[in-house]
Design a protein around this ligand. Structure first.
Ligand code: SF4
Length: 416
């Protein structure tokens, strides 16, 4: 590997990390160095600059790889052994110094660290843990740390990672076991899920201990997450939603991130030549939101997909797609319907529904009251009954919705 300075390494290793989607720092314990004699950083947002890319991804963590060299050869990965990319590798100390320097300049709110596999899973995991240990113990860093862990590393190393990190994640990589076997032959879905199960137990034990003894060390207080690549294999949206739901269920994940497969330079020939539309990734995030906050079951999301292809529509959001398939559930009366029914009205979010419930305790809502709580009342009208409004039944209306806007061009986050 050529001798590179830190700036050159940063260029390569921050660029290589862009394929990891994992930016939420929510849900962790509150920590702050304000008013303390030593230490640096906090997990709260004050004074920390958040940047949002055009497609909505948060890019405010220092997000880097320890190295983009890897002894594995996963077909979908630009860092795979057989890829022809320029390689670089940070030392643990370089990552620590960079994190502190960026934090002091208020560029970041924390660190997201992943890595290719260097010599072995254990060796790589030791290096990752050393970064987090040094930040916490040598420098009193109280900011956010998210570590991407290596599933087949020694469980003791995963334990050590959880003692220093806010969040841990293990990539499930592909939605189906067959897809993983074909595209990442050195990975094993049983081992990946086994490691997720072990993390789940440690996280639960850590929470119990903290409840009982205030001084007990916490273990990954922001929980664990995973990432799935979308569009590299033939898995449908229905498959992906089903897989995500079972992971949430079995391993109590905080988040499943979706990453639209992007054809990489020097790509393996077994991969599709075209990327899936980034809108597909967005629709999957919306369906994820529906399960986590709107009370939809995975089978219901699957029912919103096209029955033949199993894919969610790209031109309308999945909540609207579900409503159009189940027109008999509408219109919903804003003055009488239970919360669960209101949450299913396309265009009504959790905040708007809570405001409706609070307001209707003391007066009946008119359509203009609902309009004040949403961004577009036109979309809602066919689905709602208000004190002064009753739509033509959706089932009788040939075209209850405003015409879909002309297709928009998808902006590229990482266009060259
Ligand atoms: S193990 Fe990770 S870094 Fe290595 S080739 Fe597979 S996906 Fe890429």
């Amino acid at each position: 590997m050529a001798q590179l300075d830190v700036r050159e390494k940063l260029e390569i290793l921050a660029d290589a990390a862009k394929y990891d989607a994992s930016c939420a720092s929510s849900g962790t314990a509150k920590r702050s160095s304000a008013g303390q004699k030593d230490g640096i950083g906090s997990t709260e947002g004050m004074g920390i600059c958040h940047a949002y890319a055009p497609d909505g991804r948060c890019i405010s963590l220092l997000k880097i790889l320890l190295t983009n060299s890897c002894i594995f050869d996963c077909h979908y990965c630009i860092n795979r052994k057989s890829s022809n990319v320029r390689r670089a590798r940070f030392t643990a100390k370089e990552v620590v110094d960079l994190t502190l320097a960026f934090y002091r300049r208020n560029y970041i709110e924390g660190l997201f660290l992943s890595s290719g596999i260097i010599r072995s899973s254990d060796y790589t995991m030791e290096q990752i843990v050393e970064v987090a240990r040094s930040l916490r113990e040598d420098h009193g860093f109280r900011g956010y740390i998210h570590l991407k862990t290596i599933p087949d590393a020694d469980p003791l190393l995963l334990e050590a990672a959880g003692r220093h990190a806010d969040r841990l994640s293990i990539n499930i990589e592909l939605p189906t076991v067959a897809g993983l076997a074909r595209l990442a032959p050195e990975k094993d879905s049983t081992r990946i899920e086994g490691a997720m199960g072990a993390l789940k137990s440690s996280i639960e034990d850590g929470r119990d201990a903290v409840k009982r003894y205030r001084s007990a060390p916490s273990f990954a207080p922001a929980g664990q997450s995973t990432q799935m690549i979308v569009g590299a294999d033939a898995a449908t949206d229905r498959d992906i939603v089903g897989r995500a739901a079972s992971l949430y269920d079995r391993h109590q994940l905080r988040r499943v991130y979706y990453s639209a497969f992007s054809p990489i330079p020097d790509a393996s020939t077994v991969l599709p030549l075209k990327r899936p539309p980034l809108m597909r990734e967005h629709r999957l995030y919306q369906s994820d939101w529906m399960m986590r906050f709107y009370g939809y079951r995975p089978q219901e999301i699957a029912a919103a997909a096209d029955p033949a292809s199993g894919m969610l529509p790209l031109d309308i959001d999945p909540k609207l797609a579900w409503a159009l398939r189940f027109r008999e559930s509408f219109p919903v009366d804003v003055n009488r319907a239970p919360r669960e029914a209101l949450l299913r009205v396309p265009g009504l979010g959790v905040k708007a529904v809570d405001a409706i419930l609070a307001t209707r305790r003391w007066r009946r809502l008119r359509l203009e009251d609902v309009a004040r709580l949403t961004r577009g009342i036109a979309k809602l009208r066919p689905f709602l009954i208000a004190a002064d409004w009753r739509p033509v039944a959706l089932a009788d209306s040939a075209d209850p919705l405003p015409q879909a806007a002309a297709p928009r061009e998808q902006l590229e986050l990482f266009a060259a």
